[in-house]
Structures are given as C-alpha cells and as structure tokens.
Design a protein around this ligand. Sequence first.
Ligand code: SF4
Ligand code: SF4
Length: 383
Amino acid sequence: MQLLVPTNWDPDLITALSRLDADVQIYGVLPTSMIGSGGSGPDGVHMLEEQAEEYIAQAHATGLTFDYVLNAPSMGNMEWEESTHQELLEHLDWIDSVGVDSVTVTIPYLVELIKNQFPRLKVRLSTIAHVNTVARAKLFEALGVDSITLDVNVNRDFAVLKAIREAVTCELTILTNNLCLYQCPYEYYHHDSLGHASQSCGAVNGRYVDYCVLRCTLDRLADVAQTIRCRWVRPEDLHVYEDIGIDMFKTSGRALSTERIVKAAAAYASRHHDGNLYDILNVVVPKAGFVGFGLPNARNSGIEPPRFHIDNRALDGFLDFFTKQDCLSGCDRCDYCRQVASRVVRFNEGKVDEYRGTLRAALDTLSSSKMFKLRAGSRKQER
Ligand code: SF4
Ligand code: SF4
C-alpha cells in the first residue's frame, strides 16, 4: 500500500513511519515559503532550509521519500512579476537540489513550469485543485500532472471515482482522515487565506485570522450529523478504493502531534482501528493562527475543544449505503448520516454548549469589527 503522511518536522516521526508495513512517503513544507501552502502547519516550528535539508536526507536514509508541498491556490500574481518570478525559480532550484522526490501544487501554471524546467520532480496535484469530474481530471492530466489527489468531497461518490479512474492513467490519491464539512462553503476562502498567510513574500506577513475554522467548528458542533457527513474513509474500507484502482492513500494533519500522525498512519497501514475513529481523524481546532491581534479565541480562553467518541467498530458496513445514494442532490431528503451519528457518536453536551458559546463570542468579535477596535456606531459618527 502507498501511504502519504504529513510531517510536523519531528525527527522521531521518521523512525516511526519507516517501521510501518507500507510504502510510506512524507510530505511537508517550511512554515513560510515563496509559494505557500493551503493548509495549517504545526505551531511554534521555526525550521530553516538547512534543517529541512537534513530532515529530507534522514527520511531518504530510512527508505522514505519526500513530497514538498507548494499548494497555495494563488500567488497573488507574484509569479508574473520579474523579481518574484526569479525568487520562485530560486525556490524551486533549492527544492530540486535537496533531493525532494515530488512536489504537490494547485496552480496550473506551476505544473507546466515545473515540468518544463525541473523535469526530475514528480508533480502531484493537490486536493485543493478540486478534481471532482472526469473532465477536470483529463485536463489536468493533459497539463502534465503525474498524480491527482481527488477532491475529498467525492470520496463516497463511487460512480465518479470509477469514471475518473477509467478516464486517466495517472496516479490517483484520496485523502482518508479528513474531518472537513461535506461540501464546506468556506473551503475556497480558507485555502486562499492560508495560502497567502504562509507566503514569505506576501503582503500580510503571516498575519491572518482563521475565521473559517471558527465558523466550520461551530457548524460541526451545531449538528452532530456533520461529523458523519464528512468524507473520511475508515481504514477497514480502503479495499473498496483499491478495487476501483485508487493508487495511494493520504492522511492529513501537518499540525497534529507526532503521536497522532503515527497513530493515523499505523491504522491505515494495518487497515484496522479499534476504538475511537476521532483519534485518527485530522481534527482542526480554532487557534491563534495570527500575529499581533488581541482576539479572544477558543484556545486562549482556557476552554478545551470537546472530544467526540466515534465507535469505529459500530461503523462496519457503513459505506454500503453510499453505493446507491447520490449525496449531491439528496442531502435534504436523506437522514442516513443523522441516524448513524445517533448510533455511533458520543459527546458531552454541556462541554459542547460551553465551547459553542466561546466560538460565538469570538465570531461576534470578528463580525462586529471589534477586533480592530472599530465600532459600527463610531464609524457612522465619523462620516
Ligand atoms: S471544514 Fe473548516 S478546515 Fe475544512 S475547508 Fe472548511 S473551513 Fe477549512
Ligand atoms: S445524502 Fe444522506 S448519506 Fe449523503 S451526506 Fe446527506 S445525509 Fe449523508
């Protein structure tokens, strides 16, 4: 089995992953980079290029390959300005020179640029490119990608998965442990915010507020069925995807602890997980993902995010329903995920209510502009 696993740059992770019974590849990126990335990395990690080079060499020494993530959805047109284009080439020169095996990108132009000037590098297309149709998969394959990570929203849409598999010959990957809202309406904005915040040449210099995670967490806690609608795949169900011809399974969670990253990778490598499915999912929680703003947030309020318990063993056979269900058109009239949630999900209602109150207060600080110390009333007076 081919498994693509995130790194938080902890050296201990390399040893643990090299022992798994799978063909493991690691993916990661420095906290800020020329191109940026569309996801969150670990807090408080200040890696330099030299340290990353050493880490990549260590991974290679244990037989692991390394994928460098360059998947911000936009570079704010820096790619078209001569001086920043030169920096882009220098950054890719460095990636190529340190022996990175593949890169994951979202921007179509980067696919062509890397294929043209850095032919040694294998090019993977990020899930952020939202390949969810045959037409889109074929066009990206024609552009030159070697591998496509499919839009996570089609993880349980087997007709689409089979059709894409028949239409393209490149490697296909699915994300397995994603806890994002099904059809998340904030997704494009979220990846764009994270991309710009992680760009070393960006105007915002790392400053941003993770509004999207505050909002999606509140939505998830408001309706427990959302936890089941999310498109995670159980380790026990990987064979369904292998039968279709999916080549690779990717776990997400660059910001997770080493213990949690290894636990998830081990579960998927062994195709089995006893106990709480929540423990191997990429649970993204609101955090102070910005610098210099005094916004109250769920983490520094002292209230820990509530834990869920999802009984994985009670989910045997769960996936069968999706072989006949069209979720894209049927979600308003279907109660399947709610019924499953009431059977397999447990949580402390008091703690969830308390946490929701904290999130609502934080969101109010944003929507009222109080975080900028601006008040709608005083603004009107000034006019
Ligand atoms: S569910 Fe949350 S973390 Fe996932 S894409 Fe949407 S806003 Fe981002
Ligand atoms: S259509 Fe049914 S099975 Fe599909 S996500 Fe909605 S509730 Fe779940």
